[in-house]
Design a protein around this ligand. Structure first.
Ligand SMILES: C[S@@+](CC[C@H](N)C(=O)[O-])C[C@H]1O[C@@H](n2cnc3c(N)ncnc32)[C@H](O)[C@@H]1O
Length: 338
């Protein structure tokens, strides 16, 4: 409906002011494991309350609210999972992402939103010591453990996109590797790929565990420390820069990209995965909204547009850049060629 035909409504204001209630409810539903219980076949309030050890009244109100939010269905008083809830919120699913709340709702991330007035006045986070980009910030261990499930799909899609499954020798540098899944997927696809993962030492422990579990640890090594200080070595065919540039301002990114350029072999590629905002900076809604998280939690980070990323890469010697969608994820990749 066009804005002129629509009656004025306070609905958006009311919903937005109360949005914290949605956050608390989904967190509680995950903690009580309601989605798993329904997936197991418990569809009535009585069965769900018994399985999740709650009161029947509490479970009825919780489940009805989850129906209103479209996380559950309700037919003849019986509750069911939607397609998305079955795939992502039932703990038995391989694509379960419920533990992402460990990072997304961690005090470090939520504290940044405590005083948005001050962050807007300042133009950056008011969390002491530079917020999430403080050296060895423990929140990144939570990211590595909690967000790996959300990054598993993009990691698989990128490895496939790169078309490197032919067994050629491949040297890969994974900058800010975290859980390590982006490099590990490449190592799984190409038995001659050697991966070097760079991150803070406590975070790399998680990457090493994952490499071990994936059976690629013999071709997996690590570089501990800041990406701005550590010597990368050289001769890399691929450098992975996933979800990293958005923490910093363009000139800091360019300092890093100069190092990356020098570390690449001739013809090497950088893969940048980001929440890329359209040039209008207000669409698509989820990637464009990511700027707000950067304002709240970093001194100068942002959700960059493709033209901004392109400029950073061109200013640091890269020959050309391609933007690709990565469906069904909300993110996009930029491939930059040396
Ligand atoms: C948003 S996470 C992205 C992790 C992973 N690349 C991904 O896409 O899922 C940011 C990562 O950057 C790391 N990090 C932050 N500052 C860093 C720095 N100066 N040098 C190296 N890693 C850093 C954090 O430890 C964390 O693992």
């Amino acid at each position: 409906m066009s804005d002129q035909l629509r009656q004025p409504s306070p609905e958006l204001f009311f919903e937005t002011v109360n949005a914290y209630q949605r956050t608390a409810t989904i967190k509680a539903a995950l903690e009580l494991d309601v989605f798993t219980a329904i997936g197991e076949g418990r569809r009535t309030i009585q069965a769900l309350a018994a399985r999740c050890e709650t009161s029947e009244r509490g479970m009825r109100i919780l489940c009805d609210y989850l129906v209103i939010l479209s996380f559950l269905t309700k037919v003849n008083g019986q509750y069911g999972l939607t397609q998305d809830s079955a795939l992502f919120l039932d703990r038995r699913s391989e694509a379960y992402i419920g533990n992402a709340t460990e990072f997304l709702l961690s005090p470090m991330i939520m504290d940044g939103f405590e005083d948005i007035v001050a962050a807007v006045r300042k133009g950056g986070t008011v969390i002491p010591e530079d917020g999430t980009v403080a050296p060895e910030n423990p929140v990144w261990v939570k990211f590595a453990r909690g967000m790996a499930s959300m990054m598993a799909l993009p990691a698989k899609l990128i490895a496939k996109f790169l078309d490197i499954g032919d067994g050629r020798n491949l040297k890969v540098l994974d900058i800010a590797a975290s859980h390590g899944l982006f490099g590990i997927e490449i190592a799984l696809l190409n038995p001659n790929a050697e991966v070097v993962a760079l991150d803070w030492p406590n975070v790399l422990e998680v990457a090493k565990e994952n490499a071990q579990n994936a059976g690629v640890s013999e071709r997996y090594s690590t570089l501990e420390g800041s990406a701005f200080d550590v010597n990368y070595g050289n001769g890399y065919d691929i450098v992975l820069l996933t979800n990293f540039l958005h923490h910093f301002d363009p000139s800091t990114c360019e300092g890093l990209l100069k190092k990356v350029h020098a570390s690449l072999a001739a013809g090497g590629r950088v893969v940048t995965l980001e929440m890329v905002a359209n040039e209008d900076r207000v669409s698509p809604p989820i990637p464009a909204s990511f700027s707000m998280i950067m304002l709240a939690s970093t001194p100068r980070g942002d959700a960059y547009t493709f033209s901004e990323l392109q400029r950073m890469f061109e200013n640091t010697g890269f020959l050309h850049n391609e933007l690709h969608q990565l469906p069904p994820t909300m993110q996009r990749i930029v491939i930059s060629h040396k």
